[in-house]
Each structure stands twice: as C-alpha cells, then as structure tokens.
Ligand binder design. Structure first.
Ligand code: SF4
Length: 315
C-alpha cells in the first residue's frame, strides 16, 4: 500500500499475522498517520484495535497490548536490542520518491570517499545512489550501527553509531536535528539534502546554533539547586542506570510521558533528562524548566570540562 508518499508492506504483515495465528492485533501509528487508521484497517486480515497513545519511535511501544495477539507498529524500524514482552510486527514506511542528487553535491565534494546516512524512510534512496557515485569515481560507505540500529547507514535522533570514516558525509532526509546530531557525533560537517524540497545545506551554522543554546542552558543551570533526574517508563528510552552515575543528591522522577506541562508543574529549576535525548537538545525551548543532558549536568558540576560536551545518545 502507498499512503502519503510512503510504501507499507501489507502482504508481509498479513503473512506474519497468519504465521503466528493472530486473531486480533493492536495498531500503533505515528503522529502523521494517526487519522489514517482506516487505510490500514481495510487491508489487515484480522481484528484490529487502534492505539491512541503516543508513538514517537520504536522506542515508544505500549506497556501492554491487552487482549491482542500482536502489536503492529507502523512507520519505524525495529530497535534490535529492545525485547518487548509481546510479539511486535514492524511495518516500516519507505519513501517512494525518485531521488537524484543535484550536480552541486558531487562537484562540491572534497576527496573520494563519501558516507551516506538517512532515517529508515529514505534508506532505499541512499542505497540507490551508490551506482551514480561509483560512476563518478567516488566510493560510497554505509556505516554499520550498534545493536540499537537495524540497517547500515541508518541513524536515529538518539543514535549515530553508523558514523564511519569518510572524506565527506551526506545525510538525505527531512528536518535538521538528525544531521546536526550526526555532525556533532562525528565532529565533522555533514551535507544535508532534503528530498521533499530539493534544498541542499551544510550543518556548520546549525551546529553552532545548537551549541550556543546548550552552553547558555548549562550556564543558567550552574546557579540552580532544585534539580531532578527524569527517568522514562518507555522501555526504549529507559536509562535509569544513569541515575547512580549522575548522583543521588538529585530527586528521581519517573514519568510515562515527559511533556512541558508535566515537567514544569513539578517545580524544579533543572531537569536532567535520561529519556529521549531530543527532549533536552531539540525541544528544550518548550520547557520552562532548564533541561540538561547527563553530560551537561556534569559540566555544571565541573566533573566534565566544557570541551567535553558530547552528543547525548542511547546505545
Ligand atoms: S529515543 Fe527519541 S530519538 Fe530515539 S528512537 Fe525514540 S523518539 Fe526517536
């Protein structure tokens, strides 16, 4: 099925449901598809309940699927090192766009080895670029990620372990957080090509902006003493092992859903976020509470020097 410019492999999902003898499944859709459940309902060969809660990523599976036999999680790829307590069928959404990179990219490259990266939505497109790079005498690399990553060249907003040595790095996809995170994780610039708009840019200015905002937050937090550590109940964002590392003098707050309203109403000046790294690095402007990563908190305590700032990643 093709929906909103993405391909969903319904046949494979139906085969898996049949193999497991599932009579009923729970369907979990990401934000962009929440109001499209009827398209899936018509094509899935078993009873279907709809999950109405959040779906930020494959890290965000429901705690339980009640009386269903399996969860059908749409849009994201599996996180291989997550072990849900019930069967999950991942129905990835792969973009159907035809991708040709503009000549400017090839002509502006320095060196002969390029690493390509994307989110799961555009992986088919970056794999399809290899021949064109080869034809132009450029070697292409797709880095292998760690256990949180399913495919070569794939990045998540919380994991850039596909980083690999290359003369240049190119990210294909929408948005800026993923390539900025990749650039900070690599310590090198990344060319960003947005397939939807055809826009081409480099991460250099974007990285400076993010670092300036983060260093301002660290400076503000240095003078505060009402501090909490936020721990997520979502299995794929649960890093409670960091609590001992950060320091027991802070209150530990366990949360299912970490939203500005819920965090701000707790009355702390600073929240050290151990859940999805994007909450501190990308969304902090939405919070009145100063949101820090664990590494940033250590900088306020002088346990890590300022130049020891690192991108927060989940392994
Ligand atoms: S933890 Fe955040 S960045 Fe990582 S997969 Fe989940 S939502 Fe995406």
């Amino acid at each position: 099925m093709i929906l909103c410019g993405y391909r969903f492999d319904m046949d494979r999902v139906n085969e898996e449901l049949e193999q497991m003898g599932a009579k009923k499944a729970l369907l979990q859709l990401p934000d962009g598809l929440r109001n499209k459940s009827h398209h899936f309902k018509n094509k899935i060969h078993c009873d279907l309940d709809i999950w109405g809660g959040s779906c930020y990523g494959a890290c965000d599976l429901p705690a339980s699927i009640r009386d269903a036999d399996a969860l059908i999680h749409v849009g994201h790829s599996e996180i291989p090192n997550l072990e849900p307590s019930y069967p999950v069928i991942y129905m990835e959404g792969r973009s159907t766009i035809d991708l040709d990179l503009p000549d400017d990219i090839y002509e502006g490259l320095e060196g002969k080895v390029v690493a390509l990266y994307s989110t799961v939505q555009y992986l088919d497109q970056i794999y399809g670029l290899e021949d064109e790079f080869r034809r132009r005498g450029i070697e292409v690399k797709y880095g292998e990620g760690d256990d949180r990553i399913k495919y070569p060249g794939q990045i998540l907003g919380c994991n850039f372990s596909c980083r690999t040595d290359a003369d240049e790095h190119i990210y294909v996809g929408s948005g800026t957080f993923h390539p900025v995170g990749l650039s900070l994780s690599l310590g090198e610039r990344v060319h960003v090509f947005a397939p939807g708009t055809g826009e081409l840019k480099s991460t250099e200015e974007l990285v400076d902006g993010l670092l300036r905002r983060r260093f301002a937050a660290i400076t503000l937090a240095e003078e505060k003493d009402k501090i909490a550590i936020l721990v997520s109940e979502k299995p794929g964002q649960d890093r409670r092992e960091l609590v001992a590392e950060i320091g027991m003098e802070c209150d530990v707050v366990c949360m299912e859903e970490i939203t500005p309203e819920r965090v701000d109403s707790l009355g702390y000046d600073v929240a050290i976020n151990t859940a999805c790294p994007r909450l501190a690095l990308d969304d902090s402007i939405r919070f009145k509470t100063i949101m820090l990563t664990p590494c940033e908190y250590k900088i306020t305590k002088k346990e890590v020097p300022w130049d020891g700032w690192r991108m927060d990643e989940i392994r």
